[in-house]
Design a binder for this molecule. Structure first.
Ligand code: SF4
Ligand code: FES
Length: 250
């Protein structure tokens, strides 16, 4: 296939960016989207140009590092698929493809298609953990968890922290990400001791980072490569209300 690419180029955080045209020839339908960019970068390097910066790590849909907006959709056109798992067979010969970074005030562009998502790390550091006593692991049956709760907790734990929910939201809200992290721990007995303090701290950090608020567009769920349900946002709101009305120490 031969493709016409419009790719966002930006030298740094404080410089203006722009879309630039590139022609990608000999693209195999079996290439992943990132492999197609690798080939384009080899071509740019061979011509003495500056390769296009983009984030990636596992390329297996599990780490959350890849982060492109492809033709206006975070992670591209396939549902529940990260950019690294998107394949060029999804496109047709001669297609024009626009590639941009995840856009949100809280995710400033570092270079080209790479954005700084450390705001998520700070939200997690504010409360996305459990404090446990050291010692040997407790006997599994000493903490029975009802099967439906375990299923819901594991579904929420599938969040890979990619930030597509923020990029897809018209308010650049991080509610689905925070909701997944809060739900994962709130549904399990291990998360109970810090349950109230956790949700308040994580929501306060989310606000400090400059993310917007949820207004029920549900674009986050549509863009999420792990199928995280907006039902978790409803749980986050309940958890926050409950914690705000009670003591933050328990
Ligand atoms: S909720 Fe989904 S889209 Fe948002 S960070 Fe987690 S995996 Fe990515
Ligand atoms: S590179 Fe790890 S999820 Fe895409």
């Amino acid at each position: 296939m031969r493709l016409n690419l419009n790719i966002w180029r930006q030298v740094g955080r404080d410089t203006a960016g722009r879309l630039e045209d590139y022609a990608a020839a000999d693209v195999s339908p079996d290439m992943s989207f990132l492999e197609m960019l690798d080939v384009l970068n080899e071509q740019l390097i061979a011509e003495g140009g500056d390769p296009i910066a983009f984030d990636h790590d596992c390329r297996e849909g599990i780490c959350g590092a890849c982060s492109l907006v492809i033709n206006g959709q975070a992670h591209g056109p396939d549902r529940e698929t990260t950019t690294c798992q998107l394949h060029m067979r999804r496109f047709r010969d001669g297609d024009v493809i626009t590639v941009e970074p995840f856009r949100a005030d809280a995710f400033p562009v570092v270079k080209d298609l790479v954005v700084d998502r450390s705001a998520f790390d700070r939200i997690l550091a504010a409360g996305g953990f459990v404090s446990v006593n050291t010692g040997s692991a407790p006997e599994a049956n000493s903490l029975p968890v009802p099967r439906p709760d375990a299923e819901r907790a594991m579904d929420a734990a599938a969040c890979i922290g990619c930030g597509a929910c923020v990029a897809a939201c018209p308010n650049a809200a991080a509610m689905l990400f925070v909701a997944a992290k809060v739900s994962h721990l709130a549904l399990l007995p291990q998360g109970e001791p810090e349950r109230r303090a956790r949700v308040v701290a994580m929501v306060e950090q989310m606000d400090r980072e400059g993310f917007g608020n949820c207004s029920n567009h549900f674009e986050c769920e549509a863009a999420c490569p792990k199928g995280i349900s907006v039902a978790n946002i409803a749980r986050l709101n309940r958890e926050y209300l409950r914690a705000s009305l009670g003591s933050r120490e328990s």
